[in-house]
Design a protein around this ligand. Structure first.
Ligand code: GDP
Length: 311
């Protein structure tokens, strides 16, 4: 079975890693959000892309889910001593990625080509593609401060401002990265990973424009990032609530309803399955919390079995 997984950072990376344990590398393409990308300390940083790559390379920090394992912060400590900015935590090993990627981007190489080469160096075998080689920037509209660049909202202000909307600057001009549409056209299914629907998956869907760019989009299955009305990590539930939508797995299914063939929700939310089916979306109820690599693999197996039943 050939799959394309759409992923943001930590939640997306965990399921993508589970799928990578089961599928042959040639059958898995992971398309990653780049709306969180930004320039900082003169470097080009791709938080979601790096989280997915580090996770599949088994280099990620197991406590945070992002950044590198066994990391040190000597460079940042010294930048801080010089009066430089330190609100975005960049470890020494991680900095090497940003320095090398920034150097190659300045030479005119594309983000997708650089990502391919970094993945090769890290021994990652499935194809990981940025959603686009063109810059897209997520802007969060907030009650208190108006529009904030994503990392200013997410890291510097710790997701505290109240969200009133989102905008993806550059989205109209952005084209899917080379290989994205080809992978989707050849896929049996698209898996929308349990990532933030507003700021991780919406930018990818906005770039893909599935209805106009893909002749016959394959089946689409999403996994709820909201379990029991709460997020495992991050502001997705807070965002739903601030936008006036009670956060739940059902709210996620409704968010994607025009796209979905199937939806996977946690045992905790089993009573919501009939409501999801009323949306004309088939459901699968299983354990969706991934605390270990074996949980990632188990959920990936459940996803594949569910897709087998749908196609
Ligand atoms: P970010 O860019 O690092 O915030 O990453 P994502 O957008 O990929 O992931 C954030 C979302 O993943 C949050 O809404 C979490 O609730 C969800 N998430 C994280 N871990 C898990 C998990 O183990 N299971 C499920 N179902 N969702 C998860």
């Amino acid at each position: 079975m050939k799959l394309v997984a759409l992923a943001g950072g930590v939640g997306g990376a965990k399921l993508a890693n589970g799928l990578a344990q089961i599928l042959p590398p040639k059958d898995l393409t992971i398309v990653v959000n780049t709306g969180d990308d930004f320039e900082h300390l003169g470097l080009y940083i791709c938080p979601d892309l790096d989280t997915v790559c580090y996770t599949l390379a088994a280099l990620a920090n197991p406590e945070t889910g992002w950044g590198r394992a066994e990391e040190t912060h000597h460079a940042l400590e010294n930048i801080e001593k010089l009066g430089g900015e330190n609100w975005f935590r960049l470890g020494d090993k991680d900095l090497a990625t940003h320095i090398e990627r920034s150097r190659r981007l300045r030479e005119g190489q594309s983000l997708s080509r650089i990502t391919r080469d970094l993945c090769r160096a890290w021994g990652v075998r499935p194809v990981i593609l940025p959603m686009s080689d063109d810059p897209v920037r997520t802007i969060v509209d907030t009650l208190e401060y108006g529009e904030l660049p994503f990392q200013e909202y997410f890291v510097q202000r710790k997701c505290e401002p109240k969200v009133t909307g989102f905008r993806f600057a550059g989205i109209e001009e952005a084209k899917p990265a080379p290989g994205v549409i080809e992978a989707i056209s050849a896929a049996d299914a698209i898996v929308i990973c349990p990532s933030n629907p507003w700021v991780s998956i919406n930018p990818i869907l906005a770039v893909l424009q599935l209805r106009s760019t893909v002749h016959r989009p394959p089946s689409i299955v999403a996994i709820s990032p909201i379990i029991g009305g709460q997020t495992v990590k991050g502001p997705a539930a807070k965002m739903f609530a601030e936008l006036g939508i009670p956060p739940s797995a059902l709210a996620v299914a409704e968010h994607y309803k025009n796209l979905l063939t199937g939806f996977i929700l946690d045992h905790v939310d089993a009573t919501l399955a009939p409501n999801v089916e009323h949306l004309n979306v088939q459901t699968c109820v299983t354990s969706t919390l991934m605390k270990t690599v074996s949980d990632q693999r188990q959920l990936a197996e459940d996803v594949l079995n569910f897709i087998q039943r749908l196609i």
